[in-house]
Design a protein around this ligand. Structure first.
Ligand SMILES: C[S@@+](CC[C@H](N)C(=O)[O-])C[C@H]1O[C@@H](n2cnc3c(N)ncnc32)[C@H](O)[C@@H]1O
Length: 346
């Protein structure tokens, strides 16, 4: 089979597609989409603005054209509709995602996939990294910039899903809420906007505080939202009517997840509720949209290498939840990829 057959190209493209997130990462990191937001620029004008090498900049722009992120016109390079997502200020911005996914830490972790599959361990626990990284987020939160990129990426990813999740949960009016491991608190902000009588807290590590408080201020919610620093494994979150736990459990092993759930149970023992919000993994071949099958398979591997966690089926979540002294009262579909399990203390 030669490389110019359709299948030869397909397999080659799959292998070389490792180049793609790096091109997106470079574009995002350098701020190419923001620089092109106001109209066409030649490669040399763009390079002058970004203080990059003109010829290398043109070569990157050509690759971005192939990816349909940028178009080459008579007046220079312009952003294509898909490229708008690489801007920092668009509604569906994915600039932080591109910075995170093509960034050194994620990239390095994926470079250890073979060893992770051999051992079943996350990248931080295999090979040389064993000496320096001891826990899930050590590498991803290595410095303030890395942590901010991570939290911004999570907030951007949550934004489009948040209203569907909050509506599906049918929270009681005027409730006290805690967004546990809420990062910048995108989900909490959406819940508070949805119910002007509600108030809440984000419970997360210190490096999310500044970004969360900025988001509260931007959304006019500083009076009703506050950030509480805390460690999921050391202290229960603050008591509340409802705890929201979105995209947290999939980061962790069953054992670590049980500790988180156990701590959450303590915070709702006086009649509160916990909503565990995650996509549910389904067996291969199930009747789901191909995009869902793709994202779940690769997200599961991403959890293996980056965090040591996993994607789980509804049954696996229910078993885990039950083992932490919680009872699932109802399951809701949140639209999009997410589902929620509403739990109370047993
Ligand atoms: C995948 S993100 C999910 C963020 C947010 N819930 C969302 O869905 O957009 C996981 C969150 O868990 C937080 N986290 C990780 N380890 C933690 C710990 N030991 N204590 C508190 N929060 C932690 C991270 O800072 C991050 O905000």
């Amino acid at each position: 089979m030669s490389d110019d057959t359709p299948n030869g190209f397909e397999i080659g493209k799959l292998m070389m597609s490792l180049w793609v997130p790096q091109a997106l990462h470079a574009a995002a990191e350098l701020g190419i989409a923001d620089a092109l937001a106001n109209g066409a620029l030649s490669a040399s004008a763009l390079a002058a603005r970004l203080e990059t090498h003109p010829e290398a900049t043109e070569r990157l722009l050509e690759a971005l054209c192939v990816l349909k992120l940028v178009e080459r016109g008579a007046a220079g390079y312009v952003l294509a509709p898909l490229g708008q997502f690489l801007r920092s200020d668009t509604e569906g911005s994915r600039r932080a995602w591109a910075r995170l996914m093509g960034g050194f830490e994620v990239w390095r972790a994926w470079g250890r996939l073979t060893e992770c599959v051999r051992t079943g361990e996350a990248a931080y626990a295999v090979g040389e990294s064993r000496r320096t990284e001891t826990e899930t987020f050590d590498a991803l939160f290595a410095d303030a910039t890395a942590a901010t990129v991570f939290h911004q990426a999570m907030a951007d990813g949550t934004r489009g899903q948040a209203l569907g999740i909050i509506e599906a949960l049918q929270l009681p009016r005027g409730a006290s809420l805690v967004d546990v491991g809420g990062g910048f608190g995108e989900l909490l902000c959406t819940a508070l906007e949805h119910d002007p009588g509600a108030h809440g807290q984000v419970f997360d590590l210190e490096h999310a505080q500044r970004g969360a408080e900025r988001l509260f201020a931007e959304r006019g919610l500083s009076e009703r939202a506050r950030f509480v620093r805390g460690d999921l494994f050391e202290t229960p979150p603050p008591d509340a009517d409802w705890l929201l736990l979105k995209s947290v459990i999939h980061d962790w092993s069953d054992e670590r997840s049980r500790t988180i759930l156990d701590n959450c149970r303590r915070a709702i023992e006086r009649g509160g509720r916990l909503a565990v919000i995650e996509p549910f993994a389904v067996p291969q071949g199930s009747d789901v949209p191909p995009a869902f099958a793709w994202i779940m398979a690769f997200s599961d591997l991403n959890m293996l290498v980056n965090t040591g966690g996993r994607e789980r089926s509804r049954e696996q979540f229910e078993e885990l939840i039950g083992s932490a002294g919680l009872v699932v009262e109802r399951a809701v579909s949140c639209g999009g990829f997410y589902s929620g399990l509403v739990c109370r203390a047993a």
